[in-house]
Design a protein. Structure first.
Lengths: 288, 74
């Protein structure tokens, strides 16, 4: 699809087809898929089964999604393991230990700021694991030719729904049936109550949905954008015309800048996901 | 025909960026206002602003996602 778009915009491209090869080395790191035969920016999110497995009617294949999730997990676990090997690391941290301490401190501060009351430490491990998992998944997706685990509905919605069900259970555990007062703000006139309860219920349920969709949409849109623009940059650079070549580097630098932005978004979205979990958890524990 | 309709639909979906632009501008203008009034809160306010920025940007990305879905999925 994007090929059609590009050729209709820049009709010169087809003429220069054989000369494309000589710029290829330049793009190996920046425009991973532009040189391939892949022609839709959404093809990078395709799930390919690596090891086919079928148990009964269940489809248990080991896909590239699972591979990259395992990679993320092993990366995080190895990092944390080596840093805390000798009972808590060194007194003067090296670079790796500083990184782990940075992440730990960051999440600890976040939890301390957002969740009031004396129970917050009980939820800290769960929140830390969520943050590190999302952070490393998002950052791993920025490596060219890799697969972004968090760019799938299944992963993000599974994560957000399970966390949300957990938060609701925590709310009922700590407040009992009093938790239902969450649905009715204090001081509401009685005739308005049915509508407000319905509205609050919808907005409460929509939190889980929006939590997952936000992460998914950010990741998917960002990666597709980089891919489309790298396709443009590729086409521009393939025009071996001196006149065009002067302005050709424009899209390339836009792609570079966008890659930087995407790195920022990867970190920011992990942060936003975590802080929203903290806010929702605080709402559930200390009713408003 | 279908291709043309798809392009029109995708283009129309990007109108939503206007709203997101207003929202993001609003977030940062409020940040500048507040920091100008009370510079000692700058660090804390910046955190809130980034959070608001991310939440607003997500709306723009919903629109972008719709455009992509119209163009490439259907």
């Amino acid at each position: 699809m994007v090929e059609i778009l590009v050729t209709s915009c820049w009709g010169k491209q087809l003429k220069n087809e054989p000369k494309q090869m000589k710029f290829e080395w330049l793009f190996l790191t920046i425009a991973p898929c532009a040189a391939d035969t892949i022609n839709s920016p959404l093809d990078q999110f395709e799930i390919i089964p690596l090891i086919d497995m079928k148990i009964g009617d269940l489809y248990f294949s080991f896909t590239n999604s699972s591979l990259f999730m395992l990679l993320t997990l092993s990366l995080v676990l190895l990092l944390f393991h080596f840093v805390t090997k000798n009972g808590g690391g060194k007194l003067v941290p090296n670079a790796w230990q500083s990184l782990v301490e940075l992440i730990y401190d960051f999440v600890l501060n976040l939890v301390n700021e957002q969740i009031a009351g004396n129970v917050k430490q009980r939820f800290f491990p769960c929140i830390l694991v969520t943050f590190t998992f999302l952070l490393f998944c998002n950052l791993q997706g920025m490596i060219p030719y890799s697969f972004t685990v968090t760019s799938h509905f299944l992963i993000t919605l599974g994560l957000s729904f399970s966390i949300f069900i957990g938060i609701t259970i925590v709310g009922f555990q700590r407040n009992g049936l009093h938790f239902l007062s969450f649905l009715l703000p204090a001081g509401v006139p009685l005739p308005l109550a049915p509508f407000l309860v319905l509205l609050e219920l919808i907005s409460y349920c929509f939190r889980a949905l929006s939590l997952g969709i936000r992460l998914f949409a950010n990741m998917m849109a960002g990666h597709s954008l980089v891919k489309i623009l790298s396709g443009f940059a590729w086409t521009m650079l393939c025009m071996n015309d001196l006149f065009y070549f002067i302005g050709d580097l424009g899209p390339l630098f836009i792609v570079l800048a966008l890659t930087g932005l995407e790195l920022g978004v990867a970190i920011l979205q992990a942060y936003v996901f975590t802080i929203l979990i903290c806010i929702y958890l605080n709402d559930a524990i200390n009713l408003h | 025909m279908l291709e043309g309709a798809k392009s029109i639909g995708a283009g129309a979906a990007t109108i939503a960026s206007a709203g997101a632009a207003v929202g993001i501008g609003n977030v940062f203008s409020s940040l500048i206002h507040s920091v100008a009034r009370n510079p000692s809160l700058a660090k804390q306010l910046f955190g809130y602003a980034i959070l608001g920025f991310a939440l607003t940007e997500a709306i723009a990305l919903f629109a972008l996602m719709m455009a992509f879905l119209i163009l490439f999925v259907f």
